[in-house]
Design a protein around this ligand. Structure first.
Ligand SMILES: [Zn+2]
Length: 125
């Protein structure tokens, strides 16, 4: 179902708190588009903005993913599949008219929250 997208991680919670404190309202761990079996971390239905906060390991962050020595092929394939799925999710949502914002879980939550706000503000003009 959800693959490796874990829910309510610490970075995700921190971003949610900040975005909420800025006065923005959103849905959590929801499908932006009902018929697409893809769940975003924060969903802004009105402006159609979907936010993903990707775990550094599972999504293959260039700074933090380290190839394990044991079962190297397995992990390489697994992370590659996750990344392909992420790209496919972005494409599917964009085709439905959504703006997709993707961040790494290592990015400072205030930076992420500001970036989200910039996009939401622009979409409300
Ligand atoms: Zn990272």
């Amino acid at each position: 179902m959800q693959g490796n997208r874990s829910r309510d991680t610490a970075p995700e919670l921190a971003v949610r708190r900040l975005v909420h404190a800025m006065g923005m309202r959103y849905l959590v761990n929801t499908r932006p588009v009902a018929h697409l079996r893809r769940t975003a971390d924060l969903v802004f239905r009105g402006p159609r903005v979907a936010v993903f906060i990707d775990g550094c390991y599972w999504h293959g962050c260039p700074n933090h993913f380290r190839q394990p020595i044991a079962n190297a092929d397995y992990w390489r394939d697994k992370i590659a599949r996750n990344r392909a799925r992420d790209a496919e999710t972005d494409e599917l949502l964009r085709r439905e008219g959504w703006t997709v914002l993707r961040f790494w879980s290592h990015e400072p939550p205030p930076t992420v929250a500001q970036a989200v706000r910039a996009v939401i503000d622009r979409s409300e003009l």
